[in-house]
Design a protein around this ligand. Structure first.
Ligand code: C2O
Ligand code: CU
Length: 462
């Protein structure tokens, strides 16, 4: 299933043919006729993930197995209607999109959860182009663990021209030898790295292979949507250049070489396919003892002889520039916590409390939130001073706003603009941003067992 540029254009032509609706104006977008909503029907189904038979109790949106790769255009309105046919409440969070608070998909905080049989209309205008993703924010370990993690692409009409595009949704499944789901987690692992899946997939297939034009330039959009696994990515057999991380262009392109990328993060690569027909480029995860193949690209046709240097730059996203001289610092300590009583919720509880931010454990989706970490003034600059005092790595995600990585005394960091930063053990890092989006915004670890056992809080922008 190779996505050629022509197919993409066809798909967007269809999307553009939808009728007109009521105009909507977002803070970050222009008023324009709202499109017909794309229906995202949350449902239970089966899928063929392993050789040991069909897996039951899969959760997804729509009838196509893996959740659809949603495509939208920077600055153009998008609408989706979530309808819930699961036997539990759900919502959709649009990870990394800087949109209005009431569209953010956090139950109790930004919207009511969507009961069985109910629906909810999401409508927004994505301000930034890039690779993003979407997932529920209710009973997350179960719903995401059982399949509800989808990739979202925001296109920019001025994007450089590639010869093909391949989207990879990377995730594991916790399945037993019979191909059926086993316990979602082990408490002793939740208190450490999180519990790993047993079956690895890209686009719900083990080691899939895609055809791509020989000698061509491929845009490989990778989203780590797994609930636990951190990857160390490497490309064998082709030259791969990092062009964007977490939806935003990197300040300077660099060759892919063992890049660590954690749950919630995205990576855009320009892959120069080999010239010889039949040659294979392999994306590998080299974290752990033996390299694991994630996906393969096979060169087809006569070489297009493209040169990665010919690619024009990706456009900057309109993220407000922070003012360091006026920025107020917000210290945040990520720690383990003495086990306290977990809070029960309609959005599920794991029954344990292992982690905390500034000593307060909170699972993030209960009717009675903890107090906000800080109250931020709209339009002012802030620096999150994250300190990880645990021996584990935590991908920390802020909703609603993107931040710039300023410095880390323990390693060299690029001034990346991102929504998810992988905080290493014992690392301290400074993340600067402008509080330009009003509302309550979650900040949490994207290792879902950590999120659900306490490593969650939020900031309030007023
Ligand atoms: Cu990917 Cu709170 O989200
Ligand atoms: Cu964590």
């Amino acid at each position: 299933p190779l996505l050629t540029r022509r197919n993409l254009l066809k798909a967007s032509a269809v999307a553009g043919a939808y009728g007109v609706g009521v105009g909507i104006a977002g803070k970050f977008g222009v008023a324009e006729a709202a499109p017909e909503p794309q229906v995202l029907k949350a449902l239970k189904t089966t899928a063929s993930l392993t050789d040991s038979g069909v897996t039951k109790d899969i959760m997804t949106w729509g009838d196509a197995g893996m959740p659809p790769v949603l495509r939208m255009t920077k600055g153009k309105p998008f609408a989706a209607r979530l309808t819930n046919t699961l036997d539990e409440p759900t919502t959709i969070h649009w990870h990394g999109l800087r949109i209005a608070n009431k569209m953010d998909g956090v139950p109790f905080m930004t919207q009511p959860y969507v009961y069985t049989g109910d629906s909810f209309d999401y409508a927004f205008t994505p301000p930034d182009a890039g690779t993003f993703w979407y997932h529920p924010h209710c009973n997350t370990l179960t719903q995401m663990g059982h399949g509800m993690t989808g990739v979202l692409v925001v296109e920019d009409p001025d994007d450089p021209t590639f010869d093909a595009e391949v989207v990879l949704n990377l995730r594991d499944w916790r399945l037993g030898g019979d191909g059926q789901f086993i316990a979602a987690f082990r408490p002793r692992d939740a208190a450490k790295t999180g519990t790993y899946g047993t079956v690895r997939t890209a686009n719900w297939h083990q080691e899939p292979q895609y055809d791509a034009p020989a000698g061509g330039l491929i845009r490989l959009r990778i989203a780590v949507t797994d609930v636990t696994r951190i990857f160390s990515l490497k490309m064998e057999g082709a030259e791969a250049t990092v062009i964007a991380l977490d939806g935003n262009p990197v300040p300077k392109r660099f060759p892919l070489d063992l890049l660590l990328i954690g749950p919630g993060q995205r990576l855009d690569l320009a892959v120069r396919m080999p010239d010889n027909e039949g040659a294979i480029a392999t994306l590998e995860d080299i974290r752990g003892t033996t390299p694991k193949t994630i996906a393969k690209l096979r060169a087809v046709g006569t070489s297009l002889k493209r040169n990665v240097g010919d690619l024009t730059a990706l456009g900057e996203n309109p993220v407000a520039k922070h003012d360091l001289s006026a920025a107020q610092k917000i210290p945040l300590i990520l720690s383990a916590t003495a086990e306290s009583a977990p809070v029960d919720s309609i959005c599920g509880t794991l029954g344990y409390s292992f982690w905390a931010i500034n000593k307060i454990p909170w699972p993030g989706d209960t009717p009675d939130p903890t107090a906000p970490l800080a109250e931020l003034k709209l339009g002012k600059s802030y620096i999150l001073q994250l300190e990880n005092v645990t021996p584990h790595t935590h991908p920390i995600h802020l909703h609603g706003m993107s931040f710039t990585v300023l410095s880390s005394p323990t390693r060299d960091v690029m001034p990346l603009v991102t929504d998810t930063y992988l905080v290493q053990p014992d690392e301290k890092v400074q993340l600067a941003f402008v509080a330009d989006n009003p509302g309550d915004w979650l900040l949490h670890c994207h290792i879902i067992e950590h999120q659900k056992t306490g490593m969650t809080s939020y900031v309030r922008v007023v």
